[in-house]
Design a protein around this ligand. Structure first.
Ligand code: GLN
Ligand code: ZN
Length: 751
């Protein structure tokens, strides 16, 4: 018999973003809820058919969602915080997802180390009545289409709690939820379901060992239902939990073999004879085709270890993290397109691997892959100059010529409490139209640049009128901070249909790196020069840092992420030099994604941070002592990585702060941060115009522990999603707040 294949979830946004379109139409009252649900159903069934037609044996079903699959389970189990209890049905669901006037939504945060965001469950002390009828409806529909291949995906209890904000005692909450889970499983069993996936990705987190007893209690109860349970983990290895997880009373365990050390763990400790192993060997988080030799040799080792051949070939996680179909990317060179693997291609790879490991003759198919990979290898841009530069990097290239304390005296003098912004200004529909027209060839480059310059001029004028000290050009020429640079660097590629869900109805098309990165010409100098020509105040050069470029792109698998980050850093380094030559006295290198790139396991943090910080330093190290280097990070907590933040050696660090009551700042000051800090004085995510008083009080409490010389005044992130009507008064008020502080400081000096 051929080895079985399985999936753990599939992209659920629709091949042409049908779900997004339907959602947005529903929210704006253009379509009914029935029509929205119909669209979701169509997308879901098309997904099932693709998997069925490709020959997947165990198709995960039930992960399709209107917004977020974690929210779905919170909702189904009746874990409804009080503020949402006044609503019902879809109104309640979307209130939890998006909030309502005066009622904040559930908090949204990153899903493990992916770029997907989920809604953080809040476990109230009174559970409302559970209702999973939508799930049951889905499963019965799947049974009709897929028969026994339909494997319901249930979200694991322990992970649900591990990711929640708990208002109640955990033991108590678990004991309340266990009967709900057993009822659900019993109902599934009564439908004729034999096997269920239970997703417990929290088992790969560093603290999973502390949850051992909870897992044991929960799975002892769930096992009593008598269904075949597949405990599914992904994103990293089981680490120290491996041995006790193997003993849990479940029938299968799915492991991610593309990340972490699971392969070594299996080799070292073996795999229990009475269980089925889900071999997550096809990377669900990258867009590259498998390298058959590599994968097959791993599979052979596993085949020898797992007794009775009890294993299935599957993706490492849900395929929601990759787009649908690489063959649609007809704008990409064929040699490149041929080695891409999106969800549909990954299904084919899984089937191919299953055949191969079952000794079906697949030589021809494997050879075809090999020849495509050879073609790609010949095609992909290798840049010997960049490679040589990397090999010969010297440690002093990572360092500024002088230490902070010495270079600071040479940098541009500014008033105390200098004011600035984070970079972007409103991206109005006019600006977006402009870019679209240019892309479509409806206006020439010269026309486009003239129109962009008009925006820059207005932006500079506004900042001058408001009295800002360090100006920015406004980033009107940029769609997205990664895309803008990626498009100008060779080695970067972009897709046309490669959408993946970021959260709810927000989808992104991550670019990918496919060859050595090279900068062929300056990328930001033109706009900088124009902006600087309009004012005597300093204009900041604005760049996206190497770590953020890497973390928000799919990366190559043939060289390390570190090497790719260094290549980007080299390109940025040249850009820093060009900006300096063009007269920039201040350059900001944004790294909003630095923290989110942290590996899931704390023992690997140092490794990551060491190259991440070094790549930032490589890009900034070339700056002359008199050039002030800024960096910006949003949503960051620094407490645990403060030494690394210090090691960035940026002269000024601006941070998101306004929503966390100065916590981020206190983490820095408690950690003895010695350089300048721009303490975000207002939340750019809210349309409200902050008053001078509000910002003053934020500043006063925030900076109590910091010497005056260390303080900057700025909003907490870029202003691109705001409207000019909000931005203009906000910036004026912000400058006024700085002026008040300045006066107070000069009075206290005189006394
Ligand atoms: N300079 C960027 C902007 O202002 C920074 C964006 C970010 O922090 N995510 O838009
Ligand atoms: Zn930001």
């Amino acid at each position: 018999m051929t080895t079985q294949t399985a999936t753990l979830g599939y992209p659920r946004i629709g091949k042409n973003r049908e779900v997004k379109k339907a959602l947005e139409a529903f929210w704006s009252g253009k379509i009914t809820s029935e029509s929205l649900l119909e669209t979701v159903k169509e997308v879901e069934e098309a997904n099932w058919k693709t998997q069925l037609d490709t020959g997947i044996d165990k198709i995960g079903v039930g992960d399709t969602t209107l917004y977020d699959h974690i929210l779905d389970w919170t909702f189904r189990f009746g874990l409804i915080p009080e503020r949402f209890q006044q609503f019902s049905g879809l109104e309640r669901y979307f209130a939890m997802a998006r909030g309502k006037e005066g009622i904040p939504a559930l908090e949204m945060t990153k899903w493990f180390d992916t770029n997907y965001h989920y809604l953080v469950p809040e476990i109230p002390d009174n559970f409302l009545i559970a209702d999973w009828s939508d799930f049951i409806e889905r499963v019965t529909r799947a049974q009709k289409i897929l028969g026994e291949r339909a494997i319901p995906i249930v979200f694991g209890l322990c992970t649900l709690f591990r990711l929640s904000k708990l208002e109640v005692n955990i033991e108590q909450a678990i004991s309340q939820l266990i009967p709900l889970y057993t009822n659900l499983l019993t109902e599934l069993k009564s439908l004729g379901i034999k096997q269920v996936q239970i997703h417990e990705p929290a088992l790969v987190l560093s603290d999973a060992n502390n949850w051992k007893e909870h897992y044991q209690t929960v799975y002892k109860s769930l096992a009593e239902v008598g269904l075949s349970l597949d405990l599914v983990t992904y994103f990293d290895d089981l680490g120290e939990t491996y041995n006790w997880v193997m003993e849990l009373p479940v029938n299968g365990i799915s492991l991610d073999l593309t990340r972490g050390r699971n392969f070594e763990l299996i080799k070292n400790y073996g795999f229990p004879e009475d269980k089925r192993l889900g071999v997550g060997i096809v990377d669900a988080r990258n867009i590259w085709q498998i390298r058959p030799e590599e994968v097959i040799s791993k599979l052979k080792v596993i085949k020898d270890i797992v007794k009775n051949q009890q294993f299935t070939i599957q993706p490492s996680a849900s395929l929601q993290f990759v787009p649908y179909d690489a063959t649609r990317e007809t704008n990409l060179p064929e040699a490149l397109r041929n080695v891409l693997s999106f969800a549909e291609q990954k299904l084919q790879e899984i089937v191919l691997l299953a055949k191969t490991i079952s000794d079906v003759d697949t030589t021809q198919e494997i050879q075809l892959i090999a020849s495509k990979q050879q073609e790609f290898y010949n095609f992909s841009p290798t840049n010997l100059e960049v490679q040589t530069k990397l090999k010969n990097l010297k440690t002093d290239e990572f360092e500024r010529a002088l230490p902070y304390s010495e270079r600071i005296t040479q940098q541009l003098p500014l008033p105390p409490f200098p004011t600035t912004t984070i970079g972007s200004f409103p991206q109005t529909s006019e600006v977006r139209q402009l870019r679209v027209k240019f892309k479509r060839g409806e206006i020439s480059l010269a026309e486009y640049q003239t129109a962009i310059d008009a925006q820059i001029a207005e932006c500079i004028k506004m900042q001058e009128e408001a009295g800002v000290d360090v100006l920015v050009h406004g980033e009107f020429e940029r769609t997205d901070m990664v895309e803008f640079f990626g498009q100008q660097l060779s080695g970067y590629a972009f897709t046309e249909h490669g959408w993946v869900q970021s959260y709810g109805s927000r989808y992104v098309r991550p670019p990918f790196i496919y060859g050595d990165i090279n900068r062929t010409q300056s990328m930001t100098v033109r706009e900088f020069e124009y902006a600087q020509s309009l004012t005597t105040k300093p204009v900041k050069g604005m760049l996206t840092g190497p770590v953020t470029m890497i973390n928000w792109s799919y990366t190559r698998t043939d060289i390390s992420r570190q090497e790719q980050a260094y290549q980007i850093a080299l390109a940025l380094r040249d850009e820093v030099a060009d900006l300096e030559a063009a007269g920039a006295k201040i350059i900001q290198i944004d790294e909003p994604a630095l923290r989110e790139g942290l590996p899931l396991k704390e023992q690997r943090w140092n490794d990551y941070l060491s190259w991440a910080v070094d790549s930032f330093k490589l890009s900034a190290g070339i700056a002359k002592p008199e050039t002030q280097i800024h960096t910006h990070m949003c949503y960051s907590e620094f407490g645990d990585i403060i030494t690394h933040i210090e090691r960035l050696d940026a002269d000024v660090l601006s941070i998101e702060n306004s929503r966390s009551n100065n916590e981020t700042l206190y983490e820095l000051t408690d950690g003895g941060y010695s350089k300048q800090v721009g303490n975000g004085v207002y939340d750019v995510h809210s349309p409200a115009v902050p008053t001078t008083e509000q910002m003053l009080s934020q500043l006063r409490t925030g900076i109590a522990n910091l010497p005056v010389e260390q303080i900057w005044v700025n909003p907490d992130c870029g202003l691109k999603t705001r409207r000019w009507e909000e931005v203009i008064p906000s910036i004026k008020n912000m400058v006024d707040a700085a002026k008040v502080l300045r006066e107070e400081a000069s009075v206290s000096k005189e006394n």
